[in-house]
Design a binder for this molecule. Structure first.
Ligand SMILES: [Zn+2]
Length: 216
């Protein structure tokens, strides 16, 4: 109990530093774990209440060093640095099964384009699927995609993501290899834009599994 309390405090302290000073996001300064168990109840509610195939979510802010999840906001409603008095640091959203029982297993091209757009103030994006929680950290603040390009072309990253999927054998959604291939195609963007990945179960701190190269 005490340990979980401490790791939550360490995570919030790092998020606060990273919001104020992007050098805290440098791969050399990234924590090994990020503890978002404070959000576990919210994530569970989102997973249960999201209609089939709908990416329900909310903003994540810091208020006096504490995490808040302003509930009335949809995913990426705006890109203000301050939301309801809190410092906007990113978003949280879920991928739930559609009518066929399948869900998008990882960050999709639209998620990545949203996280990377130049007018976006967030740097940590949480994604929950029915079996796992992921956190994407923009660990290189100098790599981004012009908001104008993202706006103009909704398929901006999609075409290259499809190409990456084809390079991985293009398994169909019902193929057991699909989730891994899909993840690999998205990780191509992680590498290209200096993003870092944390992941784990809903009930545990998320471990860093992919670390951006410390090129800046
Ligand atoms: Zn998504």
């Amino acid at each position: 109990m005490l340990l979980s309390h401490l790791s939550g405090i360490a995570t919030r302290a790092w998020l606060q530093r990273a919001a104020e000073d992007p050098t805290a996001r440098h791969p050399k300064h990234l924590p090994k774990e990020l503890d978002f168990r404070d959000a576990a109840d919210l994530i569970q509610r989102l997973l249960i209440s999201a209609p089939a195939g709908v990416e329900l979510g909310t903003a994540v802010t810091l208020v006096d060093g504490e995490l808040e999840f302003p509930p009335e906001l949809a995913v990426r409603p705006r890109y203000d640095a301050v939301v309801r008095g809190g410092r906007f640091i990113g978003s949280i959203h879920v991928h739930v099964p559609d009518e066929t029982g399948r869900f998008t297993p990882f960050f999709d091209p639209a998620d990545l384009a949203g996280a990377l757009r130049s007018d976006y103030a967030g740097f940590v994006e949480l994604l929950a699927t029915p079996d796992r929680v992921y956190a994407l950290v923009r660990s290189n603040p100098y790599l981004y995609i012009s908001a104008h390009h993202v706006q103009r072309n909704p398929l901006l990253l999609r075409e290259e993501h499809d190409r990456e999927l084809r390079r991985r054998g293009n398994p169909r959604a019902e193929d057991p290899r699909f989730a891994e291939a899909y993840r690999g195609a998205s990780l191509y963007w992680f590498e290209r834009y200096g993003m870092t990945l944390y992941e784990g179960a809903l009930t545990e701190p998320l471990s860093r599994t992919v670390t951006a190269s410390p090129v800046w």
